[in-house]
Design a protein. Structure first.
Length: 192
């Protein structure tokens, strides 16, 4: 019984990965182009996330700084903090950091499984105030996040209600974004 349950997780994940590949191929390519415009234009990437998505934001920034699957120059990227020890008891810590650090030509990577986190939404609004581009990752229907994005922003919305499945696809999306940027800037890499 337990083994069947475990196998079902793999089957469900594989099914969603296939569906997401069909639905998100072009939006991910659009997101890669937005990241390239930021990087080649001398901008920086600010990443913010809520809940379990924080790990994906940190992973993305790590890949920007240390490279994804190859040695290459660092890209300017910073994961925004929600740490109250750093920022005090302030409301909307992400938005404050975007207003302090963001400028036109920069990009905000916003991750939120349900698209309804107030801190992430406030960061998106602050990024719009700064004329920054936005790439947003969410699940389900995109929540309120989908409604605050502009036509020039990119929404990568995983078509699933279960948070665990959405996070699995977000992990793959982060890999696709990093690989896409590297391939566009430095060419195809030989597989070893």
């Amino acid at each position: 019984m337990l083994e069947q349950r475990i196998q079902q997780h793999f089957i469900d994940s594989a099914d969603l990965q296939y569906q997401a590949a069909q639905a998100l191929g072009q939006p991910i390519a659009d997101a890669v182009q937005a990241l390239l415009a930021c990087i080649t234009g001398g901008g920086k990437i600010l990443a913010c996330a809520s809940g379990p998505s924080v790990g994906h934001a940190l992973q993305f920034v790590g890949f920007c700084l240390a490279g994804f699957e190859r040695e290459r120059p660092e890209f300017a990227a910073l994961a925004l903090s929600s740490d109250s020890a750093l920022l005090g008891a302030t409301q909307q810590p992400f938005a404050r950091q975007v207003r302090a650090l963001g400028q036109a030509g920069d990009l905000l990577l916003a991750l939120c499984v349900d698209g309804n986190d107030a801190g992430v939404l406030a960061a998106v609004e602050a990024a719009h105030e700064r004329d920054m581009s936005i790439v947003a990752l969410s699940g389900r229907s995109g929540g309120r996040l989908a409604s605050v994005l502009r036509e020039t922003d990119v929404l990568l919305c995983v078509p699933h209600d279960r948070a665990a499945r959405v996070l699995e696809v977000h992990n793959l999306i982060v890999h696709c974004l990093c690989d896409g940027v590297d391939a566009q800037l430095f060419g195809e890499q030989e597989e070893s």
